[in-house]
Design a protein around this ligand. Sequence first.
Ligand code: EPS
Length: 394
Amino acid sequence: MIDRMALRYMTAGESHGPGMLAVVEGLPAGLAVDADFINAELRRRQAGYGRGARQRMETDTIEVLSGVMQGRTMGGPVALRVANRDSRLDDAAKTPPVHQPRPGHADLAGSVKWLTTDCRATLERASARETAARVAAGALARCLLREFGIECFGFVRSSLDVRCAAEVTAENWTSLRAARDASEVGMPCATSSQQLIDRIHQAKVEKDTVGGLVETHVFGCPIGLGTCVQWHERLDSRLAAAVMGIQAFKAVEIGLGRECAFRTGSQVHDPIAYDAARRGEPHLGFVRTTNNAGGLEGGMTNGMPVVVTGTMKPISTLLRGMPSVDLNTKQSITSAYERSDISAIAAAGVVLENVVAFEIAAAFLAKFGGDSMTQLHASHDAFLDLARRLPLAD
Ligand code: EPS
């Protein structure tokens, strides 16, 4: 399959192995790698009310293993490692076999797939610990986006019956970001934030878990990232795949998302107007009064903020257990409990933000290309210059 996306990454590592790895390939040479920024994103991912004891053991930071010289990319693959302090895979006593699959986890499907009755190997790789590597890769890609004024803002929109009603705009997102950072659950509204803390506490008392809805807004994308020419290269297709690849995510929406089904066209589509005074903005003056499309039409950015929402199911490891079956005896049994989180929804907000950022960066590089940051800047500036001069003379 032809794929114009040059930027890609893979992750490796187990929850309780020596560490998590991200290998990012396709970054141009000369990109300044802001390790402090990447580490700050990793710290944010570890925080949040409802996280388990594991996060007090880990202090996630990146170690750059390749592809960077004196703080700048060299053009080759960049390998990032996040060490696991709770590394114990080789200690059989500390990693006993698990025969009671947890409903909602990868345990049952993985054990049958790999023809074993021990869920251990499956759960180690299926673990959401892997998101540390995805956040590291996404935050690295954001170093590139930020050079072009593209910024991402992610937060927790809702969980159970608690919803933050804040409307996010290009004008207020930095103050919402400050409110989010002051919240223990990544929600930029003080009242609903406290309500959610109470709900998570209640779930803990009841030995239960919660999930939620997380949202990311990307500001500053020029028109034309992504393409309508192949289904798998549409930017919304890429985003959806990346988001659904996050552990425990069960749904993804762009802009108005599934709400589109309940409205007519005139109530959904964002009217187009032209304002020459705003030619300097990402939409080049093609202003929209609404953004129901979430910044994407025909699989391409349209100059409005890209808005992606993801739904995370409740954590599948329940202290109270769930009905299950022992894989050896086939007898009914209560599912296994391993130390876990009550809620990781604040972390999910950070993961979504960085996973989305990576796909935006991939589409950005697919459009503007270049082996070096110098070439990338030149190509980006030349395109904007041409686009602002439309219609071009023959
Ligand atoms: C996870 C189970 C828990 C979480 C883990 C994801 O791990 P442990 O059993 O070691 O306490 O803490 O998430 C992380 C370690 C992390 O860094 O996000 C699971 O089963 O998915």
